[in-house]
Design a protein around this ligand. Structure first.
Ligand code: GAL
Length: 808
């Protein structure tokens, strides 16, 4: 807050909060003594600070995600705010929030993922005097199937508006007709008047990204006192620049409100002009061409940073996903942060925005889940989610839920219809899906008929049957595969086991829980069923909690999840919790990208296996690949012709015990130290290659930042990979050296990590062990402090070259 609001400005309300865990009776009152409370800036996730403890359940990451805590903030509004309308926005509060201003309850909101805005004008003291906002949060145990985080983990905003202004989230823009020549744009706007009756003139300008105004509309309105007025406009944009995944272009619609010739509000609405179509026999179309959905499910947490909505953390996540070939994200299983949606708009990523993981019926052991709030809150939460995200061109569909248990109930369709109807009421331009997991119930009891796009979780091998029975359904793999693997870990022989004593999982990409299957089976069935729009894999990134296959699905035992403690993070990701790529990243890249690539696994340090056979697996998008072992060719193989026999077990097909995958190549090689090299060919010409050497002794720790320049805004991050290497620069694949980090200058350590899914090592410290050769350091800039940031590390017997970043 800098105490001067430009017209229409929303200011960050993140700085200078006070925090205390515990009941703190009386903390709602203005006079409560909070001098001893901890000072912090938002967003903040108290649970990620730990400590890890079984009592919080490995399913929720073994972190303190429940309990009562308070946030308080003192603020003084300038004299200029007198007679203005003041509102505060929480992009999310985890969870069961009660907000008080100067001792009075302003509102309560149980759902932790929804943004809400309160008009606090009536509660404020006279401008120039101290105000106190106090937020009580009371997240409960057994409220989620994953790590939800805890606290004011998303951004907060304060707006001081004229009494006449465009309503928060009060515009709705869409493009009913789009062609290269012109687009029809429909814009609805709600103006609020919190004062006496008045006349206003409203100017709406559509600006290109370069600022050029391509359309101007004017309107005079008479506003009754304390009223809200909605008006619509439909207009043409000639030769529109389309929003596309390859060209994420947005116009900016600027609505300016004048009262008695004085500018009183300026409101921005993003406009992405694009055309989306869903075809029963030909999948999803964007701007007149088919786009296969190459999607990932992502939970909201940002690994070692916890649940906080960090713009850079989300951007990095999406960048890594795009590198894998991802063009779509499903916000499993909750409304996303505004930052994710904004980034998707700007980066050209299609979104499936999901609302709930539960409706009225409880999921086993999630005894304090959303079902408790469903009756009272689902309508408002659902409407708000749609209203808040419907102007973003990246959003192509909604999901009204994931695997809700109503799907198998005789009357479940009624609730499905109700939710779909609510979404259609708020947005007639997009379709609604649902992640249906049960079969055949929802396809027979009328449930699926209430879902515009029949979304199936883990049903690849049934696509053809379902299509035959329901030729008019739009179909999508809303959740697929669910392979588990641990970066750097390889077990022999290649087999599909349930668990491994190490509490890690092999990276040959064959292990899945019983309801799931290897990516190859999904590829195969999508190839055979082009009517299906594509898939959303479970998951792009590892997330905290749900450590499957360790712990386990509940059987009514609350702590069943802890039986393999400290396994406390998921292994489903193609990328680990620190953002390091697993081998599976390259399997998807080989199917989802065209720039020639080849990847080989495992590493080549098998000192105890000299003379034994090691399976060498290769992922590539080229036509042929040749393997060289210590310089000698082991032969060339052809993608799609040579196959790899993978162990599988399919829930609905007990006969099938293996799948001959045309999406991978494999050689069995006698291990001798040295190197393996893969060379990829298209039409006989070398297009890509990769070599893996047997690494020598750990000699050095190499620090590599993802960005050497960060912004001194107090939020920006640099992710520094610390890799243990031998003298020649080969990563030492089993290195677990302890690393002590040191950061000096205008930045702080935000977190450390290494992708280890089974450890209680804290994230908010300055040290970490390498895990299979790598560790991660995340540094954050200090607000307003510029200059050089020096980063160094100490690790016994290792050589370290410090690095420098610039914060400006
Ligand atoms: C699905 C569920 C996901 C996750 C996944 C693990 O059934 O929708 O949230 O639990 O299983 O395979």
């Amino acid at each position: 807050m800098n105490n001067v609001w430009a017209v229409g400005e929303k200011q960050s309300f993140n700085a200078g909060w006070l925090f205390a865990k515990g009941k703190n009776l009386g903390a709602d009152s203005a006079s409560f003594s909070d001098e001893k409370w901890r000072q912090l800036d938002l967003p903040h996730d108290w649970a990620i600070e730990g400590p890890f403890d079984k009592k919080y359940s490995a399913r929720n990451g073994g972190l303190p995600v429940f309990g009562v805590a308070w946030y308080r903030k003192h603020f003084i509004l300038p004299k200029s705010s007198a007679n203005k309308n003041v509102s505060v926005t929480f992009d999310g509060a985890m969870s069961n929030s009660s907000v008080y201003v100067n001792g009075k309850l302003v509102g309560e909101r149980p759902f932790g993922y929804i943004a809400f805005n309160y008009d606090i004008t009536p509660y404020l003291n006279e401008a120039g005097h101290d105000n106190v906002i106090a937020v009580r949060l009371a997240p409960q145990n057994y409220s989620a199937r994953w790590y939800p985080g805890a606290g004011l983990y998303r951004n907060t905003w304060l707006e001081v508006n004229d009494q006449v202004h465009v309503k928060k989230w009060g515009t709705f823009v869409n493009t009913p007709i789009v062609s290269e020549e012109q687009a029809t744009v429909r814009l609805d706007t709600i103006i609020e008047n919190h004062g006496r009756d008045t006349s206003v003139s409203i100017t709406t300008e559509v600006k290109q990204a370069d600022g050029k105004v391509v359309k101007t509309l004017n309107r005079q309105l008479y506003l009754g006192k304390n009223s809200s007025t909605k008006f619509g406009a439909e207009f043409l944009i000639e030769s529109p620049i389309l929003w596309d995944i390859n060209n994420p272009y947005r116009y900016d619609i600027v609505t300016s409100v004048k009262r008695e010739d004085k500018l009183v509000d300026v409101y921005h609405t993003p406009l992405g002009i694009r055309n989306i179509e869903f075809k029963v026999d030909d999948g999803f179309w964007l701007n007149g061409r088919r786009v296969q959905i190459q999607g990932v499910c992502l939970h909201h947490d940002n690994g070692p940073l916890g649940a906080i909505a960090s713009t850079r953390a989300i951007e990095r996540k999406l960048q890594i996903m795009q590198e894998m070939g991802v063009n779509s994200v499903r916000t499993s299983h909750n409304p996303p942060s505004p930052e994710l949606v904004e980034l998707a708009d700007k980066m050209g990523i299609l979104l499936q925005v999901e609302a709930f993981d539960m409706w009225q019926l409880e999921k086993p052991t999630v005894t304090n889940g959303y079902h408790k709030d469903f009756d009272q809150w689902h309508e408002q939460d659902l409407r708000d989610m749609v209203i808040q995200n419907r102007n973003n061109p990246s959003v192509i569909m909604w999901s009204n839920g994931n695997e809700v248990h109503e799907q198998k109930e005789k009357d479940g369709w009624k609730l499905a219809k109700r939710l779909t109807d609510i979404m259609h009421e708020e947005d007639h331009t997009r379709l609604v899906t649902h992640g249906m997991s049960m079969y055949p119930e929802p396809t027979q009891n009328g449930f699926a008929e209430q879902i515009d796009i029949a979304g199936f979780n883990y049903k690849a091998y049934l696509y053809s049957d379902i299509k035959k029975k329901h030729p008019n359904w739009l179909m999508l793999g809303t959740e697929t595969s669910s392979v588990v693997s641990t970066r750097g870990v390889y077990h022999f022989p290649i087999e599909k086991y349930r668990k491994h004593p190490s509490k890690y999982v092999t990276s040959y990409d064959v292990v899945t829980p019983p309801w799931a299957y290897v990516p190859d089976i999904e590829f195969d069935n999508l190839d055979k069923n082009p009517n299906v729009m594509g898939e959303y894999i479970w998951t792009g990134f590892d997330y905290i909690g749900e450590p499957t296959p360790y712990g386990g699905r509940d059987h009514g035992h609350k702590f069943y999840w802890n039986q393999d403690w400290p396994a406390r993070s998921s292994s489903f990701g193609a990328v680990d919790l620190s953002g390091f790529k697993k081998d599976r990243f390259y399997l998807y890249q080989s199917q989802w990208t065209t720039e020639p690539m080849v990847h080989v696994l495992p590493h080549w340090n098998w000192h105890k296996k000299v003379g034994q056979t090691i399976p060498v697996m290769v992922y590539s998008n080229a036509e042929q690949v040749e393997l060289f072992v210590n310089g000698k060719s082991a032969g060339r193989k052809t993608m799609g012709v040579d196959t790899v026999r993978l162990p599988v077990s399919l829930k609905y097909d007990k006969q099938t015990k293996h799948f001959d995958s045309p999406y991978r190549l494999m050689w069995n090689v006698e291990y001798q130290p040295g190197d393996i090299k893969v060379v990829a060919y298209n039409q006989g010409k070398v297009v890509a290659s990769k070599q893996v050497n047997t690494a020598g002794k750990a000699y050095q720790l190499v620090l590599t930042p993802d960005r050497t320049e960060i912004s001194a805004d107090g939020y920006d991050l640099s992710y520094i990979t610390a890799e243990v290497q031998d003298k020649d620069g080969n990563m030492v694949p089993d290195a677990d050296n302890h690393i002590q980090f040191k950061v000096s200058g205008p930045a702080v350590i935000a977190a450390v990590g290494n992708g280890d899914s089974a450890t209680t090592a804290p994230f908010n410290v300055d040290y970490r062990r390498a895990f299979y050769g790598k560790a991660l350091l995340i540094v954050k800039s200090k607000k307003g402090q510029t200059g050089q940031v020096k980063i160094s590390a100490y690790s016994e017997n290792l050589d370290v070259q410090p690095i420098t970043l610039i914060s400006n």
